[in-house]
Design a protein around this ligand. Sequence first.
Ligand SMILES: [Zn+2]
Length: 338
Amino acid sequence: MPDTWVVVGLDNGGTCNNATVLDASGKFLVDRLVEIPSRVTEGPEIAVGALAEALEGVLALTGVERSRVRAVGLDTPGPASADGVISSKGATNFPQPAWWGFDVRTALEERLGLPVVYNNDGNAAALYAHHAHFGAEAAEHSSISAIVGTGLGGGVIEAGQVVRGAAGMAGELGHVHIPMEGLLAEGQPLPMCNCGFGADAESVASLTGIAANLLPYWLTRFPGHELAGVPILEAAKLVRSRGEDGDPLALKIFEQQAMALGRLFTIAANFTDPSAYFIGGGVVETGPKFREWFLDTVREHTVLREEQQRVASFALVPDLDMAGARGAAIAARDASAP
Ligand SMILES: [Zn+2]
């Protein structure tokens, strides 16, 4: 029967691989995290073996025969090319030189004997957010997803598909410059990003941005604050829980992050005019009150024209821990459609 095929989604991360199965009717056969160690620090050979194991594991768990697998979706952290070649300059998640310039998509395809479709993790999560939100109408809509983590990830979806760009580098939202006038407080230094840019979205809206830029400044404005006594990287991770408790310093930081995302979305509104704006990451994996305040603040700083306001929606990236694997599976399904 033609409708007995499935696709498998494999989400590769620094410590774990997460796997899912999507069937021909559009249903995910896994409703929770299915993780095994990714072993990426042991080099490509062993890590590709761990990905193959993740596939066999999720098939065993769901009772699906391997012969039904039509294609496999794979996502990894970047930087990597659009077809899954890890950057030759190295990548945080792939420390050994053996990874640099390594074609992980082809290696997995050869290992499995199945077609493998590649996306970076931000794009895969963006694709899932889009399909989860629009369902059967996904192909008629566009969206932008911003996911606040260590960096600022995400992606751009047009007509239900990932916008990859000529070199595979579209959707690098973190490194889009945003205006800082009215965002920075008096005397606050220009925030710098790891990429070398000053005043891009990630320099404010990321954990790295909190540690390097926002927290050091705001600690000078709140003398005697308890976080002043904590090492900066640790203190940066504590800012979220302080924000949920209503700490004024933490709220200043999150207000600046929400403004940065609003300004990024304003650029998107003028660039591709998407139907939906999604936000994900730790900052919205919080209590409903804080999360809604944050979303409202992003919306308040997203300048839309009246016509856009009538059609645009703002929402969260759902099931963030499973979004990569699910988005990878959707990409595999769409790319392998007969
Ligand atoms: Zn940057």
